[in-house]
Design a protein around this ligand. Structure first.
Ligand code: FPP
Length: 238
C-alpha cells in the first residue's frame, strides 16, 4: 500500500455472501458464517494497520431474525465465541468495540457477552470497531424521531430547532463520524437498510468477492479505489 494514500477515517462493510461461499463448497450455511468470522477477524486487524479509525460491520440486521432458527442460533453462538476468543487481543492492540442497534432483543447471554467486550476494550485508541447488531436504519431513524418528538412535547426544544446535527446526535452512531467508504461484498449493489442517513456522502465500493474470501489484498483494492475517488460534497472542484 502506498504510505501517502488517502485512507478513509470510517469504513462500513456489508459482509455478504457467507451462505453462497458455503454452498459452493457443499457445506452448511453456518460454516460459511464461521469462515466469515475469520475474514472479519483479519479485516479488523488489516483496517487498524492501514490507519482506519472506525470500522463498522453489518453483523446482524433486524431482518435476519427471519432466517431458520438453527442459523440464527449459530450466529448468536459465533458472537459469544468471538467475544471469548478476541476480547483480550483486541484490548491489547487498542481496538475499542462498540455496538449499534437494539440489543434488548438478544438473549441475556449474548447481552452479557457484548457488555463484557465493550468494557474490556473501552480504553482502546487505535481504532473503534462497531458491530451493527439487530440494526436497521429505518428503525434507528424512527427511534430518533420519537425521542425528538418527546423532547418537543416536553417543551425542551421547539420543532423548528430540529436540525441535521440534532438528528445525527439522536442516532445510534452519534459517537462517530459518518462513513467515508461503504463496502459490500458478493456482487449485490444495495444498501439494505444500513446507515442510510449516515451514507449521504459516502463512497461506495462493490466487489463480487464473497465475504469469506475478502482478505488483505481485497481491502487494499478497496482502499486504492477510494483513494482515486474525487469527493466534492456537491461543490465544484477547486
Ligand atoms: C451475510 O451472508 C452475512 C451475515 C448475515 C452475517 C454476517 C456474519 C459474519 C460475517 C460472521 C459472524 C460475525 C458476527 C459478529 C455475528 P449471507 O448469509 O447473507 O450470505 P448469502 O447471501 O450468500 O446467503
Amino acid at each position: 500500500m502506498n504510505g501517502k494514500m488517502n485512507i478513509p477515517q470510517h469504513i462500513a462493510i456489508i459482509m455478504d455472501g457467507n451462505g453462497r461461499w458455503a454452498r459452493q463448497r457443499g457445506k452448511e450455511r453456518s460454516e460459511g458464517h464461521i469462515a466469515g468470522m475469520n475474514s472479519l477477524r483479519e479485516t479488523v486487524r488489516n483496517a487498524a494497520q492501514a490507519g482506519v479509525k472506525y470500522l463498522t460491520v453489518y453483523a446482524f440486521s433486524t431482518e435476519n431474525w427471519g432466517r431458520p432458527q438453527a442459523e440464527v442460533d449459530a450466529l448468536m453462538e459465533l458472537i459469544c465465541k468471538g467475544v471469548e476468543s478476541e476480547s483480550a487481543e483486541l484490548a491489547k492492540v487498542g481496538i475499542k468495540v462498540k455496538t449499534i442497534g437494539d440489543r434488548s432483543r438478544f438473549s441475556e447471554k449474548v447481552q452479557a457477552s457484548l457488555e463484557k467486550i465493550e468494557s474490556l476494550t473501552a480504553a482502546g485508541e487505535q481504532m473503534t470497531f462497531v458491530l451493527a447488531l439487530n440494526y436497521s436504519s429505518r428503525s434507528e431513524i424512527v427511534t430518533a424521531v420519537q425521542r425528538l418528538a418527546q423532547r418537543v412535547a416536553a417543551g425542551e426544544i421547539k420543532a423548528e430547532e430540529i436540525d441535521e446535527k440534532m438528528i445525527s446526535d439522536s442516532l445510534y452512531t452519534s459517537f462517530m463520524p459518518d462513513p467515508d467508504l461503504i463496502i459490500r461484498t458478493s456482487g449485490e449493489c444495495r444498501l439494505s437498510n444500513f446507515l442510510m442517513w449516515q451514507a449521504s456522502y459516502a463512497e461506495f465500493y462493490f466487489t463480487p468477492t464473497l465475504w469469506p474470501d475478502f482478505d488483505k489484498a481485497e481491502l487494499e483494492k478497496a482502499l486504492e479505489a477510494y483513494a482515486a475517488r474525487d469527493r466534492r460534497y456537491g461543490l465544484v472542484k477547486k
